[in-house]
Design a protein around this ligand. Structure first.
Ligand code: GLU
Length: 314
C-alpha cells in the first residue's frame, strides 16, 4: 500500500450494473480521493451471495473504466475474505462483545409485541436483547454484537470499561459527517444488538465493511446517504476491534420516480457504456459539478478541481 494519508474506496455490491445512483457514489468517492492526492480502491461486496448477479462485478469494473475511474490497486472480493471476518468475530467473542442468538424474526416480533415497544412503519426491528443472557434452550442461529458497552484492553488483555468515555455512559455515538455536520445515534436504543453473522451463515455487512476498511487502510468513506444510518454501528465495531476511526461523507441519494432511492425496482437503467460522458455529466450535476469536456479524462480533471473547491468550503 502506498504511503498516503488518504485512502478512499468504492464498495459496490454486485447485484447488477451501475446505474445513475450508484455512479454518483463512485464518482464522489473517486473525486474526493483524487482531490486529496489519495488512493482510490474498489471492493466488490459479494458476501450476500443470494443477491449477487454473476458477472455484475466485471460489468461494474468496465463501467468504471469507461468513465475513466481506475482503482489504484486490484479490486478485492469480500467472498474471499471470510477468515478475516471470522477472526474479528473471534476477537469480539473473546471480549464478550458478541453472543449467539437463537431468535427467529417471528420470535423478535413476538418479544417486541409483548414489550409494547413502539415502532414506526418501515422502521427496522430493534432487537430486544432476548439472548443476551443465554440461549434459553434455543439453537444458536446468528451472532450479535453487544451494543451496550465498550470494553478496551488493559496491558494484560483483560476487559476494562472506559468509564471516562461519555459516550459509554450515554451509549450514544457522535461523529461528524463532512457534508451534513454533527451526527449522533444511540445504537442500543435505536438499533439494538445487531447481527454480525447471519442465521444463513453469511457474514453481515456491518462486520465485513469495518474489517475490510481497516485491512485496506481506508481513511475516508464517501458513499450515498442511504448508508449513513450504518455509521454509528460501524464506529462501535471499529472501537470494539481497536481499529482506527475513519472520516465520513454521505452524498445525497438519487431518487427514482416514486421518491424512493433509485434502484432497479423503481426504474434505474444500467449506465450506457457507449456514452460515459453523458453518465458522468448527470452524476456530476447531482453533486453540483458542471464540466465542459470531450472525453471522460478531461471531464474528471475539471471535476476534481471543482470538488476541491466545494469540499474546502465545507
Ligand atoms: N456495498 C454497499 C452497497 O453497495 C456499500 C457499502 C459501503 O459503501 O459502505 O450498498
Amino acid at each position: 500500500m502506498a504511503a498516503t494519508s488518504y485512502t478512499g474506496r468504492f464498495a459496490p455490491s454486485p447485484t447488477g450494473p451501475l446505474h445513475a445512483g450508484s455512479l454518483v457514489a463512485a464518482l464522489a468517492s473517486w473525486l474526493d480521493a483524487k482531490a486529496n492526492d489519495g488512493q482510490w480502491l474498489v471492493r466488490i461486496e459479494d458476501i450476500d451471495t443470494p443477491r449477487c448477479v454473476p458477472g455484475a462485478d466485471q460489468v461494474i469494473l468496465q463501467q468504471l473504466a469507461a468513465c475513466g475511474m481506475q482503482p489504484d490497486e486490484p479490486p478485492v472480493y469480500q467472498s474471499q475474505r471470510s477468515s478475516l471476518y471470522q477472526s474479528a468475530l473471534g476477537q469480539l467473542i473473546t471480549q464478550s462483545q458478541a453472543y449467539p442468538c437463537g431468535c427467529s424474526r417471528q420470535d423478535i416480533e413476538q418479544a417486541i409485541a409483548v414489550s409494547g415497544q413502539q415502532r414506526e412503519r418501515h422502521a427496522e426491528l430493534v432487537y430486544p436483547g432476548t439472548c443476551r443472557g443465554g440461549l434459553h434452550g434455543k439453537k444458536a442461529r446468528s451472532w450479535r454484537f453487544l451494543s451496550t458497552f465498550q470494553p478496551s484492553h488493559g496491558p494484560s488483555g483483560q476487559q476494562v470499561r472506559r468509564r471516562a468515555d461519555p459516550e459509554l455512559i450515554a451509549h450514544e455515538i457522535h461523529w461528524v459527517d463532512r457534508l451534513s455536520g454533527q451526527q449522533h445515534q444511540n445504537v442500543s436504543r435505536e438499533v439494538g444488538d445487531f447481527v454480525l453473522k447471519r442465521a444463513d451463515g453469511l457474514w453481515a455487512y456491518q462486520l465485513a465493511v469495518v474489517v475490510d476498511d481497516a485491512a485496506q487502510g481506508v481513511t475516508h468513506i464517501v458513499r450515498g446517504a442511504d448508508l449513513a444510518d450504518n455509521t454509528a454501528r460501524q464506529i462501535l465495531l471499529q472501537r470494539a476491534l481497536g481499529l482506527p476511526q475513519v472520516q465520513y461523507l454521505h452524498t445525497p441519494v438519487v431518487l427514482g420516480a416514486d421518491g424512493d432511492k433509485l434502484s432497479k425496482q423503481n426504474g434505474a437503467q444500467a449506465l450506457d457504456l457507449q456514452d460515459p460522458l453523458e453518465a458522468l455529466a448527470q452524476a456530476g450535476q447531482h453533486l453540483g459539478i458542471t464540466c465542459f469536456a470531450s472525453n471522460p479524462a478531461d471531464w474528471l480533471q475539471q471535476a476534481v478541481a471543482q470538488w476541491m473547491l466545494r469540499v474546502r468550503a465545507l
